[in-house]
Design a protein around this ligand. Structure first.
Ligand code: HEM
Length: 120
């Protein structure tokens, strides 16, 4: 049985699946869809998001993307948009049948990042 967060998320394959579901949810979410429709290279963003989640969950991958402040600087992301993104991530974790403890751990990590993303 998995013990680290990385293992409980299904390692890189599980996390890549989760990121696909999260981006699909963002593209269907009226609060944030335009933000994601406007991304020029969505495959690259998905790859970076997968690396970020893997590394943040304790996986062996190195994260090669921008830090959260640099990635979101100048976008003027609102609190409402941030919550919408968190809701999409929680929804995708439910769809992938992750347990409550795992979901809560991810929510805690995401919440801790908000100061680097909202209105920066
Ligand atoms: C919940 C916490 C969030 C995390 C962990 C996160 C993570 C990331 C990561 C890893 C990237 C890729 C950085 C790179 O390309 O080097 C990224 C890009 C991006 N994020 Fe976020 N993000 C979060 C919240 C948000 C929110 C709330 C929005 C807006 C509604 C947003 C919009 C974007 C956009 C539009 C890009 C692509 C920028 C571009 O390359 O064109 N993110 N994010």
């Amino acid at each position: 049985m998995g013990t680290t967060l990385y293992q409980r998320l299904g390692e890189s394959a599980g996390i890549a699946r989760l990121v696909d579901d999260v981006i699909a949810a963002h593209l269907a979410n009226p609060i944030v869809k335009t933000r994601f429709e406007n991304i020029k290279d969505l495959e690259r963003t998905k790859k970076m998001a997968t690396e970020f989640f893997c590394a943040g969950a304790g996986g062996p991958q190195a994260y090669t993307g921008k830090d959260m402040l640099a990635a979101h600087k100048g976008m003027n992301i609102s609190e409402q948009e941030y919550l919408a993104v968190m809701d999409d991530i929680v929804g995708a974790m439910g769809k992938n049948q992750l347990d409550d403890g795992t979901k809560n751990e991810v929510v805690g990590i995401l919440y801790s990042l908000k100061g680097h993303i909202i209105r920066v």
